[in-house]
Write a protein that binds this ligand. Structure first.
Ligand SMILES: CC(C)(COP(=O)(O)OP(=O)(O)OC[C@H]1O[C@@H](n2cnc3c(N)ncnc32)[C@H](O)[C@@H]1OP(=O)(O)O)[C@@H](O)C(=O)NCCC(=O)NCCS
Length: 320
């Protein structure tokens, strides 16, 4: 058992279903418009998993994970642990992480799921960091994978326009460079706000319900607070942050959080225009875009923050 001093994100991968749904398509069956959706949310299109065949979160997650494993220069057998953040698991059990393990042949890995809705990715990297620092392996695969389209009420114009399907994955690797990797994370939850964003597991009507205005207000407040906490905890000042990658829920939420934190617009990464809200996949999907541009180099410091049903919030300060 090796105890590493730190844990670094060494690669990222993503996968989205081919089928694209643009805002205009909602006009055919809802009292809404492309213009309303674009101006109120910033979203123009999203990828939706095929409805005729059963594409599961593990299908999307396996593809994203394979890209991340290859980019890390690893084989599936090198992975010591798999954590999948999802609120749309293939089954209650086996976990989606176990299905991904079987699919990829990560035969040396332990595997389990994390339920923190749209904050799931930040929760999962926090757990991966803790596992690596406590000697539970060197290479931990963190996957965020969602088929949210199956949970939506397609007659509810205030929710179904927001979401998309997709997956993102990172490999987190133990190392001994102090002052690098995952520098600090902060997690907080407020279960008393559970009813403002919920998806029941039982009963006739199992679709997502949301009080959009309420979620909006708490999202801005809680993501700002969590981000300030990780900045303090990691000794990071504003100028040290190269990129701010928030959960991609609504462009107005992102702008309000960035304003509160005084992060300049050129450092704020957004791609919800193309994907909508993909929940636990949204941060790795956005990270991959920056990564593919070659903008993530050694020493790049990135602030992640996300909020989801629970209410659960988390922020992480990461140095590449
Ligand atoms: C859902 C959301 C886009 C609604 O935007 P908003 O500016 O807050 O709009 P409101 O809820 O105040 O509604 C304003 C009006 O627009 C209407 N409206 C809602 N969705 C609409 C749509 N798709 N098209 C047209 N009108 C719509 C409402 O019915 C309301 O009409 P009314 O004034 O006649 O009652 C916004 O609240 C939001 O993004 N909230 C956060 C949701 C979220 O991110 N959840 C996931 C977090 S992980």
């Amino acid at each position: 058992m090796t105890n590493f001093k730190s844990a670094k994100i060494v690669s990222v991968g993503s996968y989205v279903p081919e089928n694209v749904m643009v805002n205009k398509e909602f006009e055919k069956f809802l009292d809404t418009s492309d213009e309303w959706i674009t101006t109120r949310t910033g979203i123009r299109k999203r990828h939706i998993a095929p409805r005729d065949q059963l594409t599961a979160a593990s299908d999307l997650g396996s593809r994203a994970a394979m890209v991340a494993i290859e980019r890390a220069g690893l084989e599936p057998g090198d992975i010591d642990g798999i954590i999948c953040a999802t609120f749309t698991p293939d089954n209650f059990f086996p976990s989606t992480a176990c299905s991904i393990q079987a699919r990829l042949g990560c035969s040396s890995a332990y595997a389990f799921d994390v339920s923190a809705a749209c904050a799931g990715f930040v929760y999962a990297i926090t757990i991966a960091n803790g596992l690596i620092l406590s000697g539970r392996g060197k290479n931990v695969l963190v996957v965020g994978a969602e088929v949210i389209s199956r949970t939506l009420d397609w007659t509810d114009r205030s929710t179904c326009i927001l979401f998309g399907d997709g997956a993102g994955a990172v490999v987190i690797q133990g190392c001994n460079d102090v002052g690098q990797g995952i520098l600090a994370t902060h997690l907080a939850s407020d279960g008393s706000l559970g009813n403002i964003l919920e998806l029941p597991a039982w009963g006739e009507k199992r679709t997502m319900k949301m009080k959009g205005n309420e979620v909006f207000k708490h999202a801005v407040r809680m993501m700002s607070e969590a981000s300030i906490k990780v900045m303090k905890c990691s000794g990071t000042v504003l100028d040290d942050i190269n990129f701010f990658i928030p959960h991609q829920a609504n462009i107005r939420i992102i702008q309000a959080v960035a304003d509160q934190l005084q992060i300049p617009v050129e450092k704020v990464v957004t791609n919800l225009e193309h994907y909508g809200n993909t929940s636990s996949a949204s941060i790795p999907l956005a990270l991959e875009e920056v990564w593919n541009k070659g903008a993530i180099v050694e020493g790049t410091r990135v602030l992640f923050t996300a909020l989801g049903g629970g209410i659960a919030v988390g922020s992480a300060m990461v140095q590449f």
